[in-house]
Design a protein around this ligand. Structure first.
Ligand SMILES: C[C@](O)(C(=O)O)[C@H](CC(=O)O)C(=O)O
Length: 302
């Protein structure tokens, strides 16, 4: 699959850090693609919030996540999509099924974690873990399912163990996951620069992912800082969620109170015209496709 090859090539180039904005629907994915990012991240929190209107508490199922990931991955097959797969949604059989279905959906990488199936966002308190052997069974199931499907999907092992078991135990879980076939390590919720540097050193040469959640437990680091610490992938899960919430909440309040759109929105109405917005999500390319096939629907424009 072209996008997996592309992601593996990006990871093989040790001078690079792969920067992934977090997207959760077609519009946010298109906006990030149009901005020229080389890779996207599908956030499970964002998927749960946008598709289900619910918090990130282990409510989204394999079907919710796979459907969303498949749609996002299909928008540009050249651009790799790293997708959250939470706990894998069950025992070894389910983790295998999740991996196989993510491969079929065109996902380039997935991450699997060691929280209990009733998981929560990694930046909340009182997370519960499964034992290390259960975590490793999940990783092994993903590795075996990948081999069975003759796929090459990148498997990212995430541990949430830092909060309750401490740094050494968390790193040891990641090392064990890498030893059985995980390609990338992800230490969730570390809380200092030193931990960031150390996890990269300890796991080297395995690429390590940094999860940059604004307002979460990890201090804010720039892409450059993350690269200097030794991280090879950085995801920004709330890259779109925060701005969307802020802007739409403001517009909702204004409309409720004034019976009109906020002035700046009304002024930039041309920018928000249906045609302008459809252009963001591929209007021109869709029309060109129709014309190339001999269709006459759009020859006079829209
Ligand atoms: C990375 C993450 O799994 C996600 O769903 O995007 C979340 C991020 C979040 O809740 O903001 C996480 O558990 O860190």
């Amino acid at each position: 699959m072209a996008s997996v090859k592309r992601l593996r090539a990006l990871l093989a180039d040790t001078s690079k850090i792969v920067v992934c904005p977090g997207v959760y629907d077609g519009l946010t994915a298109r906006i990030a693609l149009n901005a020229g990012f080389e890779c996207l991240y599908m956030t499970g929190a964002g998927t749960t919030m946008s598709r289900l209107g619910m918090p990130d508490l282990g409510i989204a199922t394999l079907n919710d996540m796979r459907d969303n990931a498949g749609m996002i991955a299909s928008l540009d097959r050249k651009i790799p999509l790293i997708a959250d797969a939470d706990t894998g949604y069950g025992g070894a059989l389910m983790v295998g099924r999740t991996t196989e279905q993510y491969i079929q959906a065109g996902v380039a990488a997935l991450h699997l974690e060691d929280q209990v199936v009733n998981k929560r966002c990694g930046h909340l308190k009182n997370k519960e873990l499964v034992d290390e052997d259960v975590f490793l069974t999940r990783i092994r199931a993903a590795v075996n399912a990948r081999a069975q499907a003759e796929g090459d999907i990148v498997i990212i092992a995430r541990t949430d163990a830092l909060q309750s078991l401490g740094f050494d135990a968390a790193v040891s879980r990641l090392k064990a996951a890498v030893a059985i076939g995980a390609d990338v390590a992800f230490l969730e919720g570390f809380t200092s620069k030193e931990e960031g540097r150390r996890v990269c050193q300890e796991l080297s040469p395995t690429p390590v992912l940094l999860n940059m959640v604004a307002g979460g437990v990890t201090p804010n680091f720039t892409v450059q800082e993350a690269q200097d610490f030794g991280f090879r992938i950085i995801i920004f899960p709330a890259f779109a969620l925060g701005p969307v919430y802020q802007t739409v909440a403001k517009a909702a309040k204004y409309l409720k109170e004034n019976g009109d759109l906020p002035k700046s929105d009304a002024e930039s109405a041309a920018e928000f015209s249906p045609k302008a917005l459809f252009t963001v999500v591929g209007l021109r390319e869709s029309m060109e496709f129709d014309v190339a096939a001999g269709g006459k629907m759009y020859s006079n424009g829209v």
